[in-house]
Design a binder for this molecule. Structure first.
Ligand code: SF4
Length: 204
């Protein structure tokens, strides 16, 4: 069987409390099924050339911060793009490192149910970019269908540790309103969500 490879765009070391607990290294990967209108990664994702790394090769790149990770309860955050398109790689990376570092994934949950199952077995903490839970607003802003993301969200909240699932609701200029965000938040709470963060997109 071919070893999974991660399309690595960049590494950002020594991040503190920005994407999960403790000190983290953000590992940005290429690829996303959505086309958000204000995507800050859009240009980077379309122009940058990823290099494809094996789990062992990624381990060699990030291991220099082992002491920081272990002292602070930190570890690796997979971002993107849509990090969980690479759930098979992340599961293989987990198999390589065992439990010694925390693994976090930033995701919109626009992935297959199989990828979500793999992620549930390998990821400690999820940071979910909800966008908006009105299907029309979601489609206008992302170009995508809300349905699979919502089904995955339901599954994640049923099977994951709710305290380790952060759900981020943005106020998106020209696309939704504070009242829309209230409705998204109410729906999330009705699904049992505990950890919800609201914030404003800043358009430059
Ligand atoms: S989900 Fe994230 S990476 Fe993908 S298009 Fe939207 S903002 Fe960009």
């Amino acid at each position: 069987m071919n070893e999974p490879r991660y399309p690595l765009l960049s590494l950002s070391r020594l991040r503190l409390m920005t994407d999960g607990e403790g000190i983290t290294t953000l590992v940005a990967g290429a690829g996303c099924p959505l086309a958000c209108k204000y995507c800050i990664n859009g240009e980077l994702l379309s122009k940058a050339k990823p290099r494809f790394v094996t789990p062992q090769a990624l381990y060699e790149l990030v291991r220099q911060d082992d002491l920081y990770f272990r002292a602070t309860g930190g570890g690796i955050t997979f971002g993107g793009g849509e990090s969980l398109l690479h759930a098979e790689f992340i599961a293989a990376f987990r198999g390589l490192i065992g439990e010694k570092w925390r693994i976090c994934a930033e995701t919109s949950l626009q992935i297959s149910p199989q990828q979500l199952q793999l992620a549930l077995s390998a990821v400690d903490e999820f940071i979910v970019d909800i966008k908006d839970l009105n299907p029309e607003i979601y489609r206008n802003y992302t170009g995508g269908d809300l349905t699979p993301a919502l089904e995955n969200l339901n599954c994640l909240l049923r099977h994951g540790d709710k305290k380790k699932i952060k759900l981020r609701i943005p106020l998106i200029p020209n696309f939704n309103t504070p009242a829309d965000c209230d409705r998204s938040e109410a729906l999330l709470r009705s699904l049992g969500a505990k950890n919800i963060e609201r914030f404003d997109y800043v358009i430059r």
